[in-house]
Ligand binder design. Structure first.
Ligand SMILES: *[C@@H]1O[C@H](CO)[C@@H](O)[C@H](O)[C@H]1NC(C)=O
Ligand SMILES: *[C@@H]1O[C@H](CO)[C@@H](O)[C@H](O)[C@H]1NC(C)=O
Ligand SMILES: *[C@@H]1O[C@H](CO)[C@@H](O)[C@H](O)[C@H]1NC(C)=O
Length: 369
Protein backbone atom coordinates (compact mmCIF):
# COMPACT_ATOMS: atom_id res chain seq x y z
CA UNK A 1 0.00 0.00 0.00
CA UNK A 2 1.19 3.50 -0.80
CA UNK A 3 0.08 7.01 -0.05
CA UNK A 4 0.76 9.98 -2.24
CA UNK A 5 -0.80 13.18 -3.38
CA UNK A 6 -1.21 14.00 -7.04
CA UNK A 7 -1.10 17.78 -7.32
CA UNK A 8 -3.24 19.93 -9.55
CA UNK A 9 -1.37 23.20 -9.92
CA UNK A 10 0.86 22.12 -12.84
CA UNK A 11 -2.15 20.59 -14.55
CA UNK A 12 -3.94 23.90 -14.13
CA UNK A 13 -1.13 25.96 -15.74
CA UNK A 14 -0.74 23.47 -18.57
CA UNK A 15 -4.51 23.33 -18.93
CA UNK A 16 -4.70 27.11 -19.34
CA UNK A 17 -2.00 27.12 -22.04
CA UNK A 18 -3.67 24.26 -23.89
CA UNK A 19 -7.06 25.97 -23.68
CA UNK A 20 -5.59 29.18 -25.12
CA UNK A 21 -3.97 27.21 -27.95
CA UNK A 22 -7.24 25.45 -28.71
CA UNK A 23 -9.08 28.77 -28.67
CA UNK A 24 -6.64 30.28 -31.21
CA UNK A 25 -6.92 27.30 -33.52
CA UNK A 26 -10.66 27.42 -33.21
CA UNK A 27 -10.68 31.16 -33.95
CA UNK A 28 -8.62 30.75 -37.12
CA UNK A 29 -10.56 27.82 -38.47
CA UNK A 30 -14.00 29.32 -37.82
CA UNK A 31 -16.64 26.75 -38.33
CA UNK A 32 -14.17 23.91 -38.77
CA UNK A 33 -14.13 21.24 -36.17
CA UNK A 34 -10.65 20.62 -34.79
CA UNK A 35 -11.56 17.60 -32.75
CA UNK A 36 -10.61 14.36 -34.40
CA UNK A 37 -13.45 12.00 -35.11
CA UNK A 38 -16.07 14.70 -35.35
CA UNK A 39 -17.44 14.48 -38.84
CA UNK A 40 -17.32 17.74 -40.75
CA UNK A 41 -19.27 16.34 -43.63
CA UNK A 42 -22.66 16.05 -42.03
CA UNK A 43 -24.70 19.07 -41.12
CA UNK A 44 -26.87 17.64 -38.38
CA UNK A 45 -23.79 16.75 -36.34
CA UNK A 46 -22.28 20.22 -36.62
CA UNK A 47 -24.21 21.87 -33.79
CA UNK A 48 -23.46 18.99 -31.49
CA UNK A 49 -19.78 19.01 -32.51
CA UNK A 50 -19.58 22.63 -31.59
CA UNK A 51 -21.03 21.93 -28.17
CA UNK A 52 -18.66 19.08 -27.52
CA UNK A 53 -15.77 21.25 -28.71
CA UNK A 54 -16.84 23.81 -26.15
CA UNK A 55 -17.16 21.17 -23.45
CA UNK A 56 -13.74 19.63 -24.06
CA UNK A 57 -12.26 23.09 -24.13
CA UNK A 58 -13.81 23.97 -20.82
CA UNK A 59 -12.65 20.71 -19.33
CA UNK A 60 -8.99 21.71 -19.65
CA UNK A 61 -9.45 24.52 -17.16
CA UNK A 62 -10.84 22.40 -14.33
CA UNK A 63 -8.71 21.88 -11.23
CA UNK A 64 -9.00 18.19 -10.57
CA UNK A 65 -7.97 16.96 -7.16
CA UNK A 66 -7.19 13.34 -6.63
CA UNK A 67 -5.64 11.43 -3.83
CA UNK A 68 -4.69 7.77 -3.84
CA UNK A 69 -5.83 6.50 -0.45
CA UNK A 70 -4.47 2.98 -0.76
CA UNK A 71 -3.62 0.49 -3.42
CA UNK A 72 -2.29 -2.98 -3.93
CA UNK A 73 -1.02 -4.74 -7.04
CA UNK A 74 -1.06 -8.10 -5.33
CA UNK A 75 -3.66 -10.72 -6.18
CA UNK A 76 -4.13 -12.86 -3.06
CA UNK A 77 -6.58 -15.32 -4.61
CA UNK A 78 -5.32 -18.88 -5.02
CA UNK A 79 -8.15 -20.03 -7.28
CA UNK A 80 -10.45 -18.16 -9.63
CA UNK A 81 -13.45 -19.98 -11.12
CA UNK A 82 -12.01 -23.39 -10.15
CA UNK A 83 -8.65 -22.82 -11.73
CA UNK A 84 -5.34 -21.76 -10.16
CA UNK A 85 -4.79 -18.02 -10.45
CA UNK A 86 -1.57 -18.50 -12.41
CA UNK A 87 -3.46 -20.18 -15.26
CA UNK A 88 -4.67 -16.73 -16.22
CA UNK A 89 -1.34 -14.88 -16.18
CA UNK A 90 -1.26 -14.35 -19.95
CA UNK A 91 -4.58 -12.54 -20.09
CA UNK A 92 -4.53 -8.75 -20.42
CA UNK A 93 -5.59 -6.89 -17.27
CA UNK A 94 -9.01 -5.27 -17.14
CA UNK A 95 -8.91 -1.90 -15.34
CA UNK A 96 -12.40 -1.76 -13.93
CA UNK A 97 -13.25 1.83 -12.96
CA UNK A 98 -16.02 2.34 -10.42
CA UNK A 99 -17.07 5.84 -9.45
CA UNK A 100 -18.85 5.88 -6.12
CA UNK A 101 -20.15 8.45 -3.65
CA UNK A 102 -21.18 8.41 0.00
CA UNK A 103 -24.84 7.47 0.47
CA UNK A 104 -26.96 4.90 2.23
CA UNK A 105 -26.45 2.18 -0.40
CA UNK A 106 -22.72 2.73 -0.97
CA UNK A 107 -21.34 -0.10 1.13
CA UNK A 108 -23.85 -2.80 0.14
CA UNK A 109 -23.40 -1.95 -3.55
CA UNK A 110 -19.61 -2.13 -3.27
CA UNK A 111 -19.77 -5.44 -1.41
CA UNK A 112 -21.95 -6.93 -4.12
CA UNK A 113 -19.72 -5.62 -6.89
CA UNK A 114 -16.50 -6.59 -5.11
CA UNK A 115 -17.79 -10.13 -4.72
CA UNK A 116 -18.56 -10.27 -8.44
CA UNK A 117 -15.05 -9.10 -9.26
CA UNK A 118 -13.57 -11.79 -6.98
CA UNK A 119 -14.56 -14.23 -9.75
CA UNK A 120 -12.75 -12.30 -12.47
CA UNK A 121 -9.11 -13.10 -13.26
CA UNK A 122 -6.54 -10.41 -14.14
CA UNK A 123 -8.54 -7.49 -12.87
CA UNK A 124 -7.49 -4.21 -11.25
CA UNK A 125 -10.34 -2.44 -9.52
CA UNK A 126 -10.12 1.36 -9.42
CA UNK A 127 -12.64 2.62 -6.87
CA UNK A 128 -12.87 6.40 -7.04
CA UNK A 129 -14.89 7.98 -4.26
CA UNK A 130 -16.51 11.40 -4.57
CA UNK A 131 -15.28 12.48 -1.17
CA UNK A 132 -12.79 14.97 0.24
CA UNK A 133 -10.78 12.38 2.09
CA UNK A 134 -10.20 8.67 2.46
CA UNK A 135 -13.28 6.80 3.56
CA UNK A 136 -11.48 3.91 5.16
CA UNK A 137 -14.64 1.95 5.78
CA UNK A 138 -14.73 1.30 2.02
CA UNK A 139 -12.04 -1.32 2.79
CA UNK A 140 -11.46 -2.32 -0.85
CA UNK A 141 -8.46 -4.35 0.26
CA UNK A 142 -10.52 -7.19 1.69
CA UNK A 143 -11.62 -8.62 -1.66
CA UNK A 144 -8.11 -9.89 -2.33
CA UNK A 145 -7.97 -8.44 -5.82
CA UNK A 146 -5.54 -5.75 -7.02
CA UNK A 147 -7.09 -2.35 -6.46
CA UNK A 148 -6.61 1.39 -6.14
CA UNK A 149 -8.79 3.43 -3.82
CA UNK A 150 -8.88 7.05 -4.93
CA UNK A 151 -10.52 10.06 -3.31
CA UNK A 152 -11.68 12.29 -6.17
CA UNK A 153 -14.13 14.95 -4.99
CA UNK A 154 -16.24 16.74 -7.56
CA UNK A 155 -15.05 20.38 -7.90
CA UNK A 156 -17.35 22.56 -5.77
CA UNK A 157 -18.50 24.58 -8.77
CA UNK A 158 -20.37 21.52 -10.11
CA UNK A 159 -22.10 20.42 -6.93
CA UNK A 160 -24.84 23.00 -7.30
CA UNK A 161 -25.57 22.22 -10.98
CA UNK A 162 -28.67 20.18 -11.69
CA UNK A 163 -28.43 17.46 -12.86
CA UNK A 164 -24.98 17.32 -11.32
CA UNK A 165 -22.27 15.54 -13.34
CA UNK A 166 -21.75 12.71 -10.88
CA UNK A 167 -18.92 10.29 -11.48
CA UNK A 168 -16.97 12.59 -13.78
CA UNK A 169 -14.26 13.68 -11.33
CA UNK A 170 -13.92 10.00 -10.42
CA UNK A 171 -13.48 8.74 -13.98
CA UNK A 172 -11.13 11.60 -14.82
CA UNK A 173 -9.07 10.67 -11.78
CA UNK A 174 -8.94 7.06 -13.01
CA UNK A 175 -7.81 8.24 -16.47
CA UNK A 176 -5.08 10.30 -14.78
CA UNK A 177 -4.03 7.32 -12.70
CA UNK A 178 -3.71 5.17 -15.84
CA UNK A 179 -1.56 7.86 -17.48
CA UNK A 180 0.59 8.50 -14.44
CA UNK A 181 1.21 4.79 -13.99
CA UNK A 182 1.95 4.47 -17.70
CA UNK A 183 -0.62 1.71 -18.24
CA UNK A 184 -0.59 1.07 -21.98
CA UNK A 185 -1.70 -2.51 -22.17
CA UNK A 186 -4.95 -3.96 -20.97
CA UNK A 187 -8.56 -2.90 -21.13
CA UNK A 188 -10.42 0.04 -19.61
CA UNK A 189 -14.01 -0.44 -18.55
CA UNK A 190 -16.31 1.94 -16.62
CA UNK A 191 -18.53 -0.13 -14.32
CA UNK A 192 -20.79 1.71 -11.89
CA UNK A 193 -21.40 0.40 -8.39
CA UNK A 194 -25.15 -0.05 -8.97
CA UNK A 195 -24.83 -2.20 -12.13
CA UNK A 196 -25.05 -5.97 -12.42
CA UNK A 197 -22.27 -7.69 -14.37
CA UNK A 198 -22.58 -11.12 -15.95
CA UNK A 199 -19.20 -12.85 -15.59
CA UNK A 200 -19.30 -13.61 -19.32
CA UNK A 201 -18.93 -9.86 -19.97
CA UNK A 202 -15.30 -9.98 -18.87
CA UNK A 203 -14.38 -12.72 -21.37
CA UNK A 204 -16.05 -10.68 -24.08
CA UNK A 205 -14.33 -7.34 -23.46
CA UNK A 206 -10.89 -8.75 -22.70
CA UNK A 207 -9.86 -9.02 -26.36
CA UNK A 208 -11.01 -5.50 -27.30
CA UNK A 209 -8.59 -4.15 -29.94
CA UNK A 210 -9.78 -0.54 -29.95
CA UNK A 211 -13.34 -0.02 -28.71
CA UNK A 212 -15.96 -2.71 -28.24
CA UNK A 213 -19.68 -2.17 -27.64
CA UNK A 214 -22.62 -4.25 -26.38
CA UNK A 215 -26.17 -3.79 -25.04
CA UNK A 216 -26.91 -2.54 -21.52
CA UNK A 217 -30.20 -3.66 -19.96
CA UNK A 218 -32.59 -1.43 -17.99
CA UNK A 219 -31.53 1.82 -19.70
CA UNK A 220 -34.04 4.54 -20.57
CA UNK A 221 -37.56 4.18 -21.93
CA UNK A 222 -36.79 1.02 -23.96
CA UNK A 223 -35.22 -0.71 -20.95
CA UNK A 224 -32.17 -1.28 -23.15
CA UNK A 225 -29.50 0.75 -24.95
CA UNK A 226 -27.68 -1.03 -27.76
CA UNK A 227 -25.81 -0.54 -30.99
CA UNK A 228 -27.85 -1.68 -33.99
CA UNK A 229 -25.85 -4.39 -35.73
CA UNK A 230 -26.24 -5.60 -39.28
CA UNK A 231 -23.96 -8.25 -40.76
CA UNK A 232 -21.64 -7.89 -37.79
CA UNK A 233 -21.26 -4.10 -38.18
CA UNK A 234 -22.70 -1.24 -36.16
CA UNK A 235 -25.07 0.80 -38.32
CA UNK A 236 -26.77 2.99 -35.68
CA UNK A 237 -27.90 3.19 -32.08
CA UNK A 238 -31.02 2.06 -30.33
CA UNK A 239 -31.32 4.33 -27.33
CA UNK A 240 -34.41 6.27 -26.23
CA UNK A 241 -32.41 9.46 -25.59
CA UNK A 242 -30.45 10.32 -28.76
CA UNK A 243 -30.08 14.01 -27.66
CA UNK A 244 -27.88 14.80 -30.68
CA UNK A 245 -25.23 12.47 -29.34
CA UNK A 246 -22.97 10.94 -31.95
CA UNK A 247 -22.42 8.06 -29.52
CA UNK A 248 -25.72 7.54 -27.66
CA UNK A 249 -24.45 4.75 -25.43
CA UNK A 250 -24.35 4.04 -21.73
CA UNK A 251 -21.11 4.26 -19.74
CA UNK A 252 -21.27 0.50 -19.15
CA UNK A 253 -21.85 -0.26 -22.85
CA UNK A 254 -18.27 -0.07 -24.12
CA UNK A 255 -14.69 -1.07 -23.36
CA UNK A 256 -11.47 0.54 -24.60
CA UNK A 257 -8.05 -0.95 -25.27
CA UNK A 258 -5.38 0.97 -23.32
CA UNK A 259 -2.92 1.03 -26.19
CA UNK A 260 -5.59 2.70 -28.30
CA UNK A 261 -6.38 5.07 -25.42
CA UNK A 262 -2.72 6.01 -25.03
CA UNK A 263 -2.65 7.08 -28.68
CA UNK A 264 -5.20 9.73 -27.71
CA UNK A 265 -3.52 11.79 -24.99
CA UNK A 266 -6.39 14.29 -25.08
CA UNK A 267 -8.89 11.66 -23.97
CA UNK A 268 -11.12 13.23 -21.35
CA UNK A 269 -14.61 13.51 -20.00
CA UNK A 270 -16.53 16.76 -19.54
CA UNK A 271 -18.51 17.80 -16.47
CA UNK A 272 -21.76 17.68 -18.42
CA UNK A 273 -24.44 15.29 -17.20
CA UNK A 274 -25.68 13.01 -19.97
CA UNK A 275 -22.91 13.76 -22.45
CA UNK A 276 -19.97 12.08 -20.73
CA UNK A 277 -19.92 8.96 -22.93
CA UNK A 278 -20.40 10.89 -26.16
CA UNK A 279 -17.64 13.40 -25.43
CA UNK A 280 -15.27 10.73 -24.16
CA UNK A 281 -15.71 8.61 -27.30
CA UNK A 282 -15.28 11.71 -29.46
CA UNK A 283 -12.11 12.59 -27.56
CA UNK A 284 -10.59 9.26 -28.60
CA UNK A 285 -11.59 9.85 -32.24
CA UNK A 286 -13.72 6.73 -32.49
CA UNK A 287 -15.07 5.82 -35.91
CA UNK A 288 -18.20 3.80 -36.51
CA UNK A 289 -16.52 1.13 -38.63
CA UNK A 290 -13.93 0.49 -35.89
CA UNK A 291 -16.44 -0.61 -33.28
CA UNK A 292 -16.14 -4.27 -32.31
CA UNK A 293 -19.49 -5.80 -31.45
CA UNK A 294 -19.65 -8.08 -28.42
CA UNK A 295 -22.33 -10.16 -26.67
CA UNK A 296 -23.03 -12.28 -29.75
CA UNK A 297 -23.39 -9.36 -32.15
CA UNK A 298 -25.28 -7.37 -29.49
CA UNK A 299 -28.09 -9.88 -29.04
CA UNK A 300 -27.34 -10.69 -25.37
CA UNK A 301 -27.38 -8.55 -22.28
CA UNK A 302 -24.35 -9.06 -20.09
CA UNK A 303 -24.58 -5.85 -18.07
CA UNK A 304 -27.59 -4.29 -16.39
CA UNK A 305 -28.17 -0.80 -15.06
CA UNK A 306 -29.98 -2.25 -12.08
CA UNK A 307 -30.08 0.69 -9.63
CA UNK A 308 -31.75 0.27 -6.27
CA UNK A 309 -35.27 1.09 -7.39
CA UNK A 310 -38.26 -0.55 -9.05
CA UNK A 311 -39.76 0.43 -12.44
CA UNK A 312 -42.51 -0.96 -14.64
CA UNK A 313 -41.59 -2.85 -17.84
CA UNK A 314 -42.18 -0.48 -20.78
CA UNK A 315 -44.17 -1.17 -23.96
CA UNK A 316 -42.07 -0.24 -26.98
CA UNK A 317 -43.81 0.49 -30.27
CA UNK A 318 -41.82 -1.04 -33.09
CA UNK A 319 -43.14 -2.62 -36.27
CA UNK A 320 -42.55 -6.38 -36.06
CA UNK A 321 -41.27 -6.46 -39.64
CA UNK A 322 -38.12 -4.72 -38.34
CA UNK A 323 -37.60 -7.46 -35.80
CA UNK A 324 -37.02 -10.20 -38.36
CA UNK A 325 -33.78 -12.00 -37.59
CA UNK A 326 -32.03 -11.32 -40.87
CA UNK A 327 -32.55 -7.55 -40.53
CA UNK A 328 -30.47 -6.86 -37.40
CA UNK A 329 -29.80 -7.81 -33.79
CA UNK A 330 -32.97 -6.03 -32.59
CA UNK A 331 -35.30 -9.02 -33.09
CA UNK A 332 -33.18 -11.35 -30.98
CA UNK A 333 -32.63 -8.64 -28.40
CA UNK A 334 -36.36 -7.94 -28.06
CA UNK A 335 -37.26 -11.64 -27.82
CA UNK A 336 -34.75 -11.94 -25.00
CA UNK A 337 -36.13 -8.88 -23.17
CA UNK A 338 -39.70 -10.12 -23.68
CA UNK A 339 -38.93 -13.59 -22.31
CA UNK A 340 -37.40 -12.04 -19.21
CA UNK A 341 -40.30 -9.61 -18.72
CA UNK A 342 -38.01 -6.59 -18.99
CA UNK A 343 -39.84 -4.84 -21.83
CA UNK A 344 -42.64 -5.59 -24.28
CA UNK A 345 -42.98 -4.92 -27.99
CA UNK A 346 -46.11 -3.79 -29.78
CA UNK A 347 -46.87 -2.80 -33.37
CA UNK A 348 -49.39 -0.17 -32.35
CA UNK A 349 -48.95 0.98 -28.76
CA UNK A 350 -46.29 2.28 -26.43
CA UNK A 351 -43.19 4.44 -26.72
CA UNK A 352 -42.24 4.89 -30.34
CA UNK A 353 -38.86 3.32 -31.08
CA UNK A 354 -36.18 5.21 -32.97
CA UNK A 355 -32.68 4.52 -34.22
CA UNK A 356 -30.16 7.30 -34.42
CA UNK A 357 -27.05 7.81 -36.49
CA UNK A 358 -24.62 10.76 -36.27
CA UNK A 359 -26.74 12.24 -33.52
CA UNK A 360 -29.96 12.23 -35.52
CA UNK A 361 -33.00 9.98 -35.42
CA UNK A 362 -33.85 8.41 -38.75
CA UNK A 363 -36.87 6.40 -39.86
CA UNK A 364 -36.46 2.62 -39.69
CA UNK A 365 -36.74 2.55 -43.49
CA UNK A 366 -33.42 4.42 -43.61
CA UNK A 367 -31.68 1.39 -42.09
CA UNK A 368 -33.83 -1.46 -43.39
CA UNK A 369 -35.19 -1.43 -46.90
C1 LIG B 1 -4.42 17.36 -28.29
O1 LIG B 1 -4.84 18.68 -28.08
C2 LIG B 1 -3.86 19.64 -28.47
C3 LIG B 1 -4.33 21.02 -28.06
O2 LIG B 1 -5.70 21.05 -27.84
C4 LIG B 1 -3.66 19.54 -29.97
O3 LIG B 1 -2.71 20.49 -30.41
C5 LIG B 1 -3.17 18.14 -30.29
O4 LIG B 1 -3.06 17.98 -31.69
C6 LIG B 1 -4.11 17.10 -29.74
N1 LIG B 1 -3.50 15.78 -29.90
C7 LIG B 1 -4.10 14.77 -30.49
C8 LIG B 1 -3.31 13.51 -30.59
O5 LIG B 1 -5.25 14.82 -30.88
C1 LIG C 1 -8.47 26.51 -9.86
O1 LIG C 1 -7.32 26.94 -9.14
C2 LIG C 1 -7.02 28.31 -9.31
C3 LIG C 1 -5.66 28.59 -8.65
O2 LIG C 1 -5.50 27.85 -7.48
C4 LIG C 1 -8.17 29.15 -8.74
O3 LIG C 1 -7.89 30.53 -8.90
C5 LIG C 1 -9.44 28.79 -9.50
O4 LIG C 1 -10.54 29.48 -8.95
C6 LIG C 1 -9.71 27.29 -9.44
N1 LIG C 1 -10.82 26.97 -10.33
C7 LIG C 1 -11.86 26.18 -9.97
C8 LIG C 1 -12.87 25.94 -11.01
O5 LIG C 1 -11.97 25.73 -8.85
C1 LIG D 1 -21.61 -11.59 -36.08
O1 LIG D 1 -22.09 -11.43 -37.39
C2 LIG D 1 -21.14 -11.64 -38.41
C3 LIG D 1 -21.78 -11.31 -39.75
O2 LIG D 1 -23.03 -11.92 -39.85
C4 LIG D 1 -20.63 -13.09 -38.34
O3 LIG D 1 -19.65 -13.30 -39.31
C5 LIG D 1 -20.05 -13.33 -36.97
O4 LIG D 1 -19.68 -14.69 -36.83
C6 LIG D 1 -21.06 -12.99 -35.88
N1 LIG D 1 -20.41 -13.08 -34.60
C7 LIG D 1 -20.88 -13.83 -33.61
C8 LIG D 1 -20.09 -13.84 -32.37
O5 LIG D 1 -21.90 -14.47 -33.72
Amino acid sequence: MRNYFLGARNTWTLGLLISLAVLCIFWISTGNSVIGGVSKSNDDGAGASHNVMHMLNEVQRINDTMFVCSESFEDTRAYIQNRPKDDYNDLPIIYFVTPTYPRREQIPELIRLGQTLMHVPQIHWIVADDYDGCNNFLDVNRFGIPYTHIASPMPDAYRSISPSPRGVANRRAALNWLRQNNKKTGILYFGDDDNTFDLRLFNEIRDTKKVSMFPVGLIGLYAVSSPVVKNGKVIGFFDSWPAKRKWPVDMAGFAVNLEYLSQHPNATMPYRAGYEEDAFLRSISLRMNEIETKANNCTEILVWHTQTQKSKAPMVRIDSQYLESEKSNLGALFRELESMGVSHQSDSAGIKAQISKDGKSKPFTFFFR
